[in-house]
Design a protein around this ligand. Structure first.
Ligand SMILES: Nc1ncnc2c1ncn2[C@@H]1O[C@H](COP(=O)(O)OP(=O)(O)OP(=O)(O)O)[C@@H](O)[C@H]1O
Ligand SMILES: [Mg+2]
Length: 243
């Protein structure tokens, strides 16, 4: 948990710092799309049409509520990908090839974020194949550690078979309530298991982070001085300095 919140708020911080940023929404829940104030009407093209090869990526991009931050939108239609994608050629490379085809992606955007769906299916595999780096939010709860092992196994499998250059940028502890012993124990466990792979910044549990998407805004535009805004600003600085 915390993937979409992290994708939206990192992307927004970098755009507010003057970078040109694209966020690709790979989840049929479309939380990142809506959370950045983008609405898709029925029949409007989404990332699904791009994955199916029916539209170029450049043709579906939308401006978001944040200047310099564009969104490649999703919609509930994306759920159809689970039926349609498995039958296609090079089904794991569809997103990577669409991004590469947008010849000027690297010139046009300084950063491209991809928001993954909850399941580890083909949409997540496409995302990991297209990415240079993966940022993994980890909720400070014990059950999160089990999901983490499975996710790390998927990342390693993709790296071995499909994208040798994929790097784990780091784990981000999120929804932290420092008052609970459990959260502190989970933090200690993560930091001792992954000493070089954990971002220093911890994202606190903060109600403004949960409220911001219903306004179609990143937290930095809703409430620039709350604890959630400060934390995502610090995380963005860490991400930039890691390169
Ligand atoms: N630090 C936080 N403090 C308070 N609420 C948070 C925080 N981070 C996320 N949330 C809320 O928790 C819920 C889940 O977060 P989010 O949507 O980022 O997770 P996700 O990993 O994208 O989930 P999914 O797998 O369903 O896509 C959302 O309602 C979000 O607003
Ligand atoms: Mg999400």
């Amino acid at each position: 948990m915390g993937k979409t919140t992290t994708a939206i708020n990192l992307a927004a911080n970098l755009a507010q710092a003057g970078e040109r940023v694209l966020l690709i929404d790979m989840d049929s829940q479309a939380n990142a799309t809506h959370g950045l104030g983008v609405r898709t009407l029925r029949g409007e093209p989404t990332v699904l049409e791009v994955l199916l090869g029916e539209k170029p990526l450049a043709s579906i991009l939308r401006s978001s509520s944040v200047p310099r931050l564009d969104v490649a939108p999703s919609s509930p239609d994306m759920a159809g990908s689970s039926v349609l994608l498995p039958n296609l050629d090079r089904r794991e490379y569809r997103l990577k090839e669409a991004v590469a085809e947008m010849a000027d992606t690297r010139g046009r955007y300084d950063y491209v974020f991809i928001d993954c769906p909850p399941s580890l299916g083909l949409l997540t595999v496409n995302s990991l194949v297209a990415a240079d780096q993966v940022i993994i939010p980890v909720q400070t709860e014990y059950y999160a550690l089990e999901g983490l092992a499975q996710l790390i196994a998927t990342v390693f499998a993709v790296r071995e078979r499909l994208n040798p250059s994929l790097k784990v940028a780091g784990l981000v502890l999120t929804m932290m309530d420092p008052r609970t012993t459990l959260a502190r124990q989970v933090e200690q466990e993560i930091r001792s298991h992954f000493p070089n792979l954990s971002f220093k910044t911890v994202i606190p549990r903060n109600v403004r982070l949960a409220e911001a998407p219903s306004h179609g805004l990143p937290v930095s535009l809703l409430d620039p001085h709350c604890a959630g805004s400060d934390a995502y600003f610090d995380l963005a600085m860490e991400v930039v300095s890691h390169g």
